[in-house]
Design a protein around this ligand. Structure first.
Ligand SMILES: C=C(O[C@@H]1C=C(C(=O)O)C=C[C@H]1O)C(=O)O
Length: 281
């Protein structure tokens, strides 16, 4: 069970992955916010349950719940092409995955939606999806691995699994998305609960200006950030990974996100195409 403090500071959730370090490394928010490093799924459900007031949540979570949230301007986790940390690992080539069992990491919402769009809409493949209780790297049962034809990993697990060679094939979902749509892909958006803004608006503004500053500093110090990371990854690989990630929500990314939403709506994964509601600073 997650435990959140009961003080009057803003409670903010961020994915506990290497990819948020450029935002976090220089972030100073003492006296304004408590930061909780969680999985994206935990952030989504804590935002839904009002245990968190804001967080870097799955973009698909915003699409499903856009009436209750505001987007904090110009923040995201996105890529144009290869992301390296949202990977379908598989045992047979992609076209042979029809009706095969695919394990899904319990930590994702957006990437599972993207996987469905890619397999079902772009490749006309309909596998059997199994949302696992634990990610593979935490030691999901060996038999479970044996039974699966593929596994969708995100975040640090996806980066680490590349070295394990459990599956002979790997497909980078953001790379396929770019090939098929010529668009970037937006995995996460920084959102805040609308109903808490009456009381927390000023604190959120202070938090945001600290976040914009720490993003600017972080993006100019990626080498330093990579050196402080404890992940057992080759440092050059980690640097290349962070170089390729983008943390803004430009006009093109807004259109790309809405295009993703239209495809999600077509498959009835969401009930309506969301509006982009922004927090006004
Ligand atoms: C690119 C990534 O984006 C993540 C993917 C998410 C999802 O699939 O719901 C949510 C937040 C992001 O941290 C990643 O973490 O690897």
């Amino acid at each position: 069970m997650l435990v959140f403090s009961s003080n009057s500071l803003l409670k903010i959730g961020l994915p506990r992955y290497l990819n948020t370090l450029p935002l976090l490394h220089f972030l100073k928010v003492e006296g304004v916010a408590d930061l909780y490093l969680l999985t994206p799924s935990e952030i989504n459900s804590a935002l839904q349950n009002k245990e968190l007031q804001a967080g870097l949540a799955s973009s698909l979570f915003y699409a499903k719940n856009f009436k209750d949230f505001l987007i904090l301007p110009d923040l995201s986790i996105s890529t144009v092409g290869k992301v390296r940390s949202v990977i379908l690992y598989h045992k047979v080539p992609l076209p042979e995955l029809n009706q095969c069992p695919l394990g899904i990491t319990p930590e994702t919402e957006t990437s599972f939606g993207l996987l469905r769009i890619i397999l079902e809409e772009f490749f006309h493949i309909k596998p059997e999806y199994l949302i696992l209780k634990k990610k593979i790297i935490q030691g999901a049962l060996k038999e479970e691995l044996f039974k699966l034809s593929g596994y969708l990993a995100i975040g640090d697990e996806a980066l680490l699994l590349e070295r394990e060679e459990v599956f002979p094939f790997s497909t980078d979902l953001a790379e396929i998305w770019l090939k098929k749509t010529h668009l970037p892909f937006v995995f996460a958006l920084f959102i805040a609960r609308k109903d808490l803004l009456d009381t927390e608006r000023e604190k959120l503004k202070i938090f945001l200006s600290a976040l914009y500053l720490s993003r600017a500093k972080g993006l100019s110090a990626l080498q330093e950030i990579v050196e402080t990371s404890h992940l057992p990854l080759n440092k050059d690989f980690a640097l290349k990974y962070l170089h390729h990630l983008e943390f803004d929500f430009s006009g093109l990314k807004q259109r790309a996100f809405l295009h993703f939403c239209k495809l999600l709506y077509k498959k009835r994964i969401i009930k309506e195409v969301p509006k982009l509601y922004f927090f006004e600073l």
